[in-house]
Design a protein around this ligand. Structure first.
Ligand SMILES: [Zn+2]
Ligand SMILES: [Zn+2]
Ligand SMILES: [Zn+2]
Length: 114
């Protein structure tokens, strides 16, 4: 998905739709995004503003996503960034099999805080 590959931050669903409108319809875009998620190409991020963001995966397989990293939501430019830091800091008791972790930190990104 070239829209996501060229973007340095995660894109929200609306944004992707906007960029692809004219080329693809809503349903097709939704289906493509869903397929990419299942293939381990992109991952979903649920923003605290209720929006869904998508970002490229780096180290994921079809079977399992490896995306348990922190996300940063900039309250100024509204971008969501993937952080190279693990989201799960506290180890869970045995028997809990983590599938997804959604951890969002919000604040100002480098280009907005300066
Ligand atoms: Zn992934
Ligand atoms: Zn920002
Ligand atoms: Zn991410």
């Amino acid at each position: 998905m070239s829209v996501l590959e060229t973007s340095e931050s995660a894109l929200c669903h609306e944004n992707i739709e906007k960029q692809l409108s004219g080329q693809l319809d809503r349903v097709t875009i939704y289906r493509i995004l869903h397929g990419f998620c299942e293939d381990g190409k992109i991952h979903k991020i649920s923003g605290e503003n209720g929006k869904t963001y998508y970002a490229l995966c780096h180290d994921c397989s079809h079977e399992r996503h490896n995306d348990n990293h922190l996300h940063f939501h900039c309250v100024s430019c509204n971008h969501v960034f993937c952080m190279d830091a693990p989201a799960l800091i506290t180890p869970l008791p045995p028997g809990y099999d983590v599938q997804t972790v959604s951890c969002i930190v919000s604040g100002y990104c480098p280009s907005c805080s300066g």
